[in-house]
Design a protein around this ligand. Structure first.
Ligand code: ASP
Length: 331
């Protein structure tokens, strides 16, 4: 809804990352993420306040490798609370790129609003030559204030692309064009603050999910175990003994692993711990395979890190294998 000055109102929730990083002038590496505060970020991105009425909230200021499920639930609850204010039109979350895709999927499943929620970050710190953060944030503010972004779930804007929060993945350790949705493509482009959207997510999100973070401050712990040639299956029992309530296997190919791993997973069946088969490949799908036995769930197309997000949320609702499989088939 445009306000007295004709502009939408957008709240920026900052969490840190490279977009808020500082280092040696001009350099793109060896900087410290999470240094600059939210108001400075907004000033760099929209110095004339020409895109929206802006409000900044500092949720935290950390490297995104230090994001925890406490941050996630706090962020989702903050968005849910602010979304009830009719004067607020949309949200931008600034975030480190390393775990941005996990936060995007988590929020996509837990925020209870159809108002735009856009996540962005940067590959170069604010002090680098040609820092990408200010433009990514500028495009995100414009999208957050645009009704075209409503009801499309949590979106990620990066390097002029618009991506669905469920499908987006980080695909480069250094390039500024660091995000992609692989086989599913980007949803559209941002060109000088104008969204051009060509498709929309079909999987349920935001208002249409069964997940609710209102009573939660953290999530059940789940471990991701990476399979490789000669990988020691003892790591699986180790995680369970350390308190993991679920396991995600980053398997080879279509969620595959060795006979010793298969045997170790069968031995864990008595614990009732769900084990999700995912893949280290990054594209394609995991379906049922009779060779693998145990308390198994097929991980669909989710990469291990996103399968872990869904498994953690699933465990807040149920421990039934059938129910968890339904959630993996649904979300
Ligand atoms: N390590 C940084 C972070 O995720 C990387 C980045 O933001 O690009 O916070």
């Amino acid at each position: 809804m445009p306000h007295a000055n004709g502009l939408p109102t957008v709240v920026a929730l900052a969490t840190g990352g490279t977009i808020a990083g500082q280092g040696s002038a001009g350099k793109a590496t060896n900087y410290r993420p999470g240094q600059i505060d939210v108001n400075t970020l907004l000033q760099l991105a929209a110095p004339d306040f020409d895109l929206a009425n802006l409000r900044g909230e500092q949720v935290c200021n950390v490297n995104s490798d230090d994001i925890t499920s406490e941050h996630w639930t706090e962020l989702a609850r903050a968005i849910n609370r602010l979304a009830a204010d009719p004067d607020i039109d949309g949200f931008v979350v600034t975030h480190g790129t390393d775990t941005l895709e996990e936060t995007a999927y988590f929020l996509n499943l837990t925020v209870k609003t159809d108002k735009p929620v856009i996540i962005t970050g940067a590959m170069r710190p604010a002090t680098a030559t040609s820092a990408d953060g200010p433009m990514n944030l500028r495009q995100s503010i414009a999208l957050a204030g645009n009704p075209l972004a409503r009801g499309k779930g949590v979106l990620v804007v990066f390097s002029d692309g618009i991506f669905g929060g469920r499908d987006v993945r980080k695909i480069s350790t250094i390039q500024t064009d660091a995000f992609s949705a692989n086989d599913f493509g980007c949803m559209g482009y941002m060109v000088d603050g104008v969204p051009h959207i060509f498709n929309a997510p079909v999987k349920p999100h935001t208002l249409a999910t069964e997940f609710d973070v209102e009573g939660l401050s953290t999530l059940p712990s789940v471990a991701v175990a990476y399979f490789a040639v000669d990988a020691d299956p003892a790591v699986l029992r180790f995680h369970v003994d350390r308190g993991a309530r679920g396991l995600v296997i980053a398997g080879a190919g279509a969620g595959c692993y060795s006979t010793p791993w298969n045997n170790a997973i069968v031995e864990l069946e008595e614990t009732g711990i769900p084990v999700v088969r995912a893949s280290r490949i990054g594209a394609g799908l995991i379906t049922h395979d009779d060779f693998y036995r145990g308390n198994l769930i097929d991980g669909s197309d989710l990469p291990p890190q996103k399968a872990a997000v869904l498994l953690r949320l699933a465990l807040t609702r149920t421990s039934s294998r059938t129910e968890i499989q339904r959630m993996f088939d649904t979300y």
